[in-house]
Design a protein around this ligand. Structure first.
Ligand SMILES: *Cc1c(COP(=O)(O)O)cnc(C)c1O
Length: 346
């Protein structure tokens, strides 16, 4: 049975074309700098993002951590969203492994950090304070796209306050497709950008950190320190190249599928979708109280995977077709009808 897995866009499996590219990849020992496919991926990513250089790393978590470590020293701090991946979902890596303190600030509703509020968090140079060195943004943030004008304002803010500027761009291609702009127009604001190949782009593994030549040289050292030096990594880099060449424009389909799913689910009595915030491939859905367990069990039986919880996140991706959306809506409808039937008969 085909599973329709809506938990995340990380669940995609490599396509035949992608596997063929992996099979055909020319390989070498990348710790010695000998893997031509890894070089090709790094050059491609750097060119696409308009940066001088790039580094292939095993995960987005490591990419962000290295991004923070190339900008900050021990005792420095970075400003970051309270719910940001680089603060809340990376095990405190910057603090644990980099001796770099986060200064979390709540995101605004549109996924930005309010620059007027941030002013108060940039500490004056004083030996009592950590040295504020870096601002980290996330784009998309919970599926929301940061406007280009905001990126410019935040860049000016960084310049005025002598901060460096990092983007957790795990889903930055969803943002560029949504805005109809070249991803360069987003990346050009930042000193470093981390992208994920293993989310909507459909590669099985890997992220790329893009920045200046000097910063990437430093990043390469930290990658080795963190245990991220990989040998014949061209076998996975090939999947990344394939993803960058084939799977960006089609993100549009994921966005359309998300809109369709949201609209149809929201029409079902008892299901409430937070429709106002859906811009890309992600949505938040409120399930009827007391039924959050039974609905996911019911759906699993039908080959549909929902996360468990009262307020769940659903994500569309390249292994979900329009027909799957209709299937999901149908099954949720059936569940709700059954539930109403039981509710009425007791
Ligand atoms: C997935 C993700 C990452 C990186 O996660 P890994 O699982 O380590 O690749 C970073 N930032 C955001 C916003 C993400 O969604």
């Amino acid at each position: 049975m085909k599973m329709i897995d809506l938990r995340s866009d990380t669940v995609t499996k490599p396509s035949m074309g992608m596997k063929q590219a992996m099979w055909d990849a020319e390989l070498g020992d990348d710790v010695f700098g000998d893997d031509p496919t890894v070089h090709q991926l790094e050059e491609l990513a750097a060119t696409m993002l308009g940066k001088e250089a790039a580094l292939f790393v095993p995960s987005g978590t490591q990419s962000n951590l290295i991004g923070i470590m190339i900008h900050c020293q021990r005792g420095d701090e970075y400003i970051v969203g309270q719910e940001a991946h680089t603060y809340k979902w990376e095990g405190g890596g910057a603090a644990v492994l980099g001796s770099i303190q986060p200064q979390p600030v709540h995101f605004e509703k549109n996924g930005s950090l309010d620059l007027h509020k941030l002013v108060n968090y940039v500490k004056p140079l004083d030996e009592h304070h950590p040295r504020t060195k870096l601002l980290c943004l996330e784009n998309t943030q919970a599926g929301k796209v940061l406007p280009l004008s905001y990126l410019t304002e935040a860049k000016n803010f960084c310049e005025q306050n002598h901060l460096l500027y990092h983007l957790d761009g795990a889903r930055v291609f969803n943002a560029s497709v949504k805005l109809f702009v070249d991803v360069k127009e987003i990346a050009e604001h930042f000193d470093s950008v981390s992208i994920c190949l293993s989310k909507g782009l459909g590669a099985p593994v890997g992220s790329v950190l893009c920045a200046s030549k000097d910063k990437i040289k430093e990043a390469r050292r930290w990658r080795k320190v963190l245990g991220g030096g990989m040998r014949q990594a061209g076998v996975i880099a090939a999947a990344g190249i394939y993803a960058l060449k084939n799977n960006i424009q089609r993100l549009q389909e994921d966005h359309e599928n998300a809109q369709l799913l949201a609209t149809l689910l929201n029409e079902i009595d008892g299901i409430e979708v937070e429709t106002q915030d859906i811009q890309t491939n992600m949505m938040y859905v409120n399930l009827p109280a007391q039924h959050e367990q039974s609905i996911s069990l019911f759906l699993k039986d039908k080959g549909i995977i929902f996360p468990r919880g009262k307020r769940i996140r659903l994500v569309t991706h390249l292994d979900i077709q329009r027909q799957d959306i209709l299937t999901v809506v149908n099954e949720v409808k059936k569940f709700m009808q059954e539930y109403h039937f039981v509710a009425q008969s007791t």
